[in-house]
Write a protein that binds this ligand. Structure first.
Ligand code: 1PR
Length: 553
């Protein structure tokens, strides 16, 4: 197999990149020291997390000068995400740390007053047509494809500035801001998006780079695109609750209000519902067009050494065939291993990232950390799982999963918590409620409300909130729109609406009537009532922008 060198200078999920490279027929050789760069014939520089952290890591490892020399040697170079940002002059994220300075532009933070930041999801990379022959594009990029982005800082696009210096440029828009999605010049190619997480469209891009296929001619259908199709799509996530059943097998299950035992049929009252095998189901949803797949480990695998956790193997296998972001939740906390060793949450998360996860989702531990945050007068300890993991991997890698349930009151004054006036009074006519957070899979209610938790999570460095709702879970009656708007109003980081989806029109409803950033479904997909594709077709027919699955060609 032909090879490509990979410079993995910070811990991150490079497994997906390696899998993507293998998938298009190449093998990875690791750059282990600066001198290895001399032997490289093709080089990829991936990047996650903070700009300053990445650049300092490169600098501390004495990679900067050899990297410059490699790039000027004319051999193929590809930068991904922060690997693109490194080519620029610098970033507002870490003002004192210089970039490589090949492009005289600085990264700026997206405006969080007008939209959610980080920018997470599938967006365009449309070439600006400058420096290209008519009807051409570069490195496999297609103006009709969508690519997976996750970042808070970007290079604003100023028409023709980079192009004047000979760069080919592809752009994307987020709200009112237009930014650089990809650049290429001579031997250099770099993408702000993650091609290894961008399905077939991304694999095509990696393949084009590795094969040296710089230019390609677009088909008439590709050219017949309309600009309304540009921009961020509505993100649809398939969620798999995984646990061991009574026979000891790992299965995907699904409950009603978090109760996963059969209520009807021969197994009524006892058996854990078995809806299928996690790896196979993840692949099925990928092929249906899911924009992300989330695994929630809803049992702690007791008496199992941490390094052998069954979810690690599930991730390893899934990331070989599923090229969209993977999130893993359940048990991300400081842990004591079976031999008594203390394992910090950061190390647990690292195992998951190394096995193919892109994000970790933290539930119970986030509630405990938020309680401590308020007890300490809203000060950060620096020691929580959210803080340590987001510091090492960037806040986009940390999701906080919230499991709230409604608590009705007669008047807002009856509680110290954030209340809403609801259109759905309870049995005794109370029209106010607050959303109480729970831990341990809904079993233990705590004295903290959903807005308090979301705000604390944001302050600690979470990049996204997975907003479940125990009252709605498994009900097929639609999302709790009141809850979603309540939380969206409290924070700037993206929210994933979860619990209650039963029909494609529930997704339409949640995007129409809330400002949610993504929506998640579980039971309706697992029971085979609807596919992810059905949901997307429905949204498309209602004028929402969605990404359609691109089959392998
Ligand atoms: O507390 O950090 O160990 O994380 C445990 C994780 O497991 C949490 O994210 C928690 O939400 C989840 N969890 C724990 N117990 C259950 C259970 O069902 N017994 N599942 C559970 C949560 C809820 C959703 C579900 C949606 C959509 N699953 O993710 O997928 O409600 O369902 P629907 O579309 O069928 O209505 P920690």
């Amino acid at each position: 197999m032909p090879t490509v060198h990979l410079l993995d200078y910070v811990a991150g999920n490079v497994r997906s990149l390696v899998n993507a490279i293998n998938k298009v027929g190449y093998e990875v050789e690791w750059v282990r020291s600066p001198s290895d760069l001399q032997n490289a014939e093709k080089l990829i520089l991936p990047g996650v997390g903070h700009f300053g952290h990445c650049l300092s890591q490169l600098s501390n490892g004495d990679y900067l000068e050899p990297l410059r020399q490699y790039i000027t040697s004319g051999k193929p170079f590809m930068g991904i995400c922060v690997g693109l940002q490194a080519l620029f002059e610098g970033s507002e994220e870490d003002a004192n740390v210089p970039g490589l300075g090949l492009i005289p532009v600085r990264m700026q933070k997206f405006n969080a007053k007008t939209k959610s930041v980080p920018h997470i999801g599938w967006n365009s990379a449309t070439n600006t047509r400058v420096n290209l022959s008519r009807g051409q594009s570069f490195y496999g990029l297609n103006p009709n494809s969508k690519y997976y982005y996750v970042h808070s800082y970007a290079a604003r696009y100023e028409p023709e500035t980079l192009e004047r210096d000979g760069w080919l440029v592809a752009v994307a828009s987020y709200g009112e801001e237009k930014f650089i999605g990809a650049v290429a010049r001579d031997n250099i190619f770099a993408t702000q998006f993650h091609p290894e997480k961008s399905g077939q469209a991304g694999l095509r891009t990696i393949h084009a780079f590795l094969n040296g296929d710089k230019f390609h001619t677009l088909t008439p259908e590709d050219l017949a695109r309309t600009e309304e199709k540009d921009g961020l799509t509505r993100r649809i996530i398939a969620c798999l609750d995984v646990r061991t059943n009574d026979a000891g097998d790992l299965v995907v299950t699904k409950g009603d209000q978090y109760d996963v035992r059969e209520k009807n049929g021969p197994d009524a009252g006892g058996q854990v519902r078995n809806l299928g095998k996690p790896v196979d189901m993840a692949k099925k949803y990928y092929e249906q067009g899911a924009d992300e797949v989330t695994f929630l480990n809803i049992t702690s695998f007791r008496n199992c050494p941490v390094a052998d956790l069954p979810m690690l193997e599930i991730l390893r296998r899934t990331s070989e065939t599923v090229f969209v972001p993977l999130t893993i939740g359940g048990g991300i906390r400081d842990t004591v291993d079976t031999d008594g060793t203390h394992i910090p949450a950061l190390d647990v998360a690292t195992m998951y990232f190394k096995s193919g996860a892109d994000k970790v989702s933290i539930g119970s531990e986030a509630v405990m950390a938020a309680e401590e945050f308020y007890e300490a007068g809203e000060t950060l300890s620096g020691k929580t799982a959210i803080e340590t993991i987001s510091k090492a991997y960037g806040n986009q890698a940390v999701v906080v999963s919230v499991d709230p349930k409604r608590v009705y009151v007669s008047r807002p004054e009856d509680t110290g918590h954030h209340t809403i006036k609801t259109k759905y009074p309870n049995g005794v006519g109370q029209t106010f409620c607050w959303y109480q957070c729970t831990i341990k899979g809904g079993r233990e209610p705590r004295d903290i409300d959903v807005c308090q938790l979301a705000k604390a999570a944001e302050a600690m460095g979470a990049g996204e909130i997975l907003l479940n709702c125990i009252d709605k879970d498994g009900s097929n009656s639609g999302f709790d729109l009141e809850l979603i708007n309540h939380v969206k109003a409290a924070i700037a980081i993206p929210v994933i609406a979860s619990s209650g989806a039963g029909l494609p029109k529930h997704f339409e409803e949640v995007f129409e009537r809330t400002t949610t950033d993504a929506a998640l479904g579980a039971g309706m997909f697992h029971r085979g009532e609807y596919t992810v594709g059905d949901v997307k077709n429905h949204l498309d027919s209602k004028g929402f922008l969605v990404r359609q699955f691109e089959p392998d060609v």
